[in-house]
Design a protein around this ligand. Structure first.
Ligand code: ATP
Length: 148
């Protein structure tokens, strides 16, 4: 018989961000988003910088998941993220300031002091935080997670 739920755990080096029994998870893999339903084949994937969403009792919840790994096991998803924040805990103004700083750095393309990759990653983190924060509160739908 196929399992009907997934035990989802999201941890960072500092804390456990989520531990829930859920019906579906969408993981921001480094090569794109991956959907996990109960009974998914076991696998391990690298995380990019993106939005992790999960459905619990028909409601979608959102968090940032920034680098790290996700492991899918029988009836279980374990996400070991470098950073992760639930939508409700994101400080949007802080993220906007971080985005503005990163954009300012990226505008100085030829400045040897600017670490391009670092500024680009900072901008990606900030933008995904703004995007995820806008989804705070849980969203009721039985279908796919709402588009960004
Ligand atoms: P900032 O420049 O604002 O610190 P950053 O992208 O450099 O942004 P990180 O190094 O990714 O920050 O994160 C440091 C810590 O602060 C992590 O624990 C992360 O979860 C948390 N954090 C970063 N930005 C925010 C935010 N906007 N709201 C809530 N927590 C945040």
């Amino acid at each position: 018989m196929m399992p009907e739920s997934i035990s989802l755990e999201v941890v960072t080096p500092d804390r456990r961000v989520v531990q829930e029994t859920v019906e579906e998870v969408q993981v921001p893999g480094s090569q794109g988003y991956m959907g996990v339903l109960p009974g998914h084949a076991p696998l391990m994937t690298e995380l990019g910088i993106g939005m992790l969403s999960y459905r619990r009792r028909g409601e979608w919840f959102f968090l940032t998941a920034i680098r790290g790994f996700a492991e899918v096991l029988a009836g279980r998803v374990i996400v070991l993220a470098e950073r992760a924040e639930r939508a409700e805990e994101i400080d949007v103004e802080r993220a906007r300031r971080a985005a503005a700083r990163a954009e300012e750095r990226l505008a100085h393309l030829l400045d040897p002091e600017v670490n391009w990759e670092r500024a680009k990653a900072a901008l990606e983190r900030a933008l995904v935080r703004v995007q995820v924060a806008a989804k705070a509160g849980g969203i009721h739908t039985e279908s796919r997670p709402p588009e960004p």
